[in-house]
Write a protein that binds this ligand. Structure first.
Ligand code: ZN
Length: 278
């Protein structure tokens, strides 16, 4: 419903930079859905929910409209108008921004030949292929770009690919669900994150709840901190035979409902046990 309002007429105006503004509505919704802070990187919001920036969906809609347009009979008014724009594009591309947009969009998915020759053997096949390539492009970009976010260094260990997380539908207790989302996306107050906001050097962000002298990051919180030993008991049989890395990944990457629920419950209870240090 909201998307159809945001996208109204996008086939005509979607090539403008204006379309970036609709993304603010989208990301604000995703933040509310996951109940995470404003500072949570957008790339993590997209990754966790399996969503793409709306600009990708908008581009796809424009390409679908273009495929219908060039398949129309030559005497249709809209086709005549398009032919004018295309002729202008051939001599002065900058004066025909809509056509330039179509060419650029198709070039990025290695399908510009259709624009060059203005032919489409089958509009449905074209749409399916364009959709598939556009989405693949984004998923590959996501994988490359997320590595550059130092605040997501733990996240990339248990979230290797873009896609809707199953825990979002498995965990039914809202409190547990919110705790798990916040924990995964570093929208929490562990020292690794709160220290970042207070400009504490990364290797000085120690845990104050135990005497281990370890950095309080997600791994320490989930696997080691003695302050939560009692709460961690249900998790121990799952990880006792595993290495540190494997245990961490298993607990946060698993889609087995009983594991997901146990982890969500642990995170909720452990967050709750922490005194408010603010
Ligand atoms: Zn600790």
């Amino acid at each position: 419903m909201v998307t159809s309002v945001l996208f109204y007429g996008i086939e005509a105006w979607g090539y403008l930079k204006l379309k970036d503004h609709i993304e603010l509505v989208h990301t604000s919704f995703l933040r509310q859905y996951l109940k995470v802070r404003k500072s949570t990187p957008l790339i993590a919001l997209y990754g966790e929910t399996g969503r793409l920036p709306l600009s990708y969906i908008g581009t796809l809609r424009i390409l679908r409209y273009w495929s219908k347009l060039i398949s129309l009979p030559e005497n249709r008014y809209v086709k005549v108008a398009y032919k004018d724009a295309y002729e202008l594009y051939q001599t002065k591309p900058n004066y025909s921004p809509w056509c330039s947009f179509i060419f650029e969009a198709l070039s990025q998915i290695s399908m510009s030949g259709h624009f060059t020759f203005q032919t489409l053997p089958n509009p449905n096949d074209f749409y399916t292929m364009a959709r598939c390539r556009l989405f693949e492009n984004y998923k590959n970009e996501w994988k490359t770009e997320i590595i550059d976010f130092s605040s997501l260094d733990s996240y990339v260990k248990f979230k290797p690919t873009h896609g809707l997380e199953e825990y979002l539908s498995i965990v039914k207790d809202k409190r547990h669900l919110i705790a798990l989302s916040r924990f995964r996306l570093r929208s929490h107050n562990l020292a690794i994150e709160s220290g970042r906001h207070r400009n504490v050097q990364r290797d000085m962000r120690f845990c104050v709840f135990c005497d281990s002298n370890q950095i309080e990051d997600e791994k320490h919180f989930l696997l080691y901190c003695s302050f939560y030993d009692e709460l961690r008991i249900p998790l121990i049989p799952l990880i006792s035979e595993l290495t540190e890395e494997d245990a961490f990944v298993l607990l946060l990457h698993s889609t087995a409902p009983h594991i997901v629920k146990l982890v969500a419950k642990f995170v909720y209870q452990a967050f709750k046990k922490r005194p408010n240090l603010a």
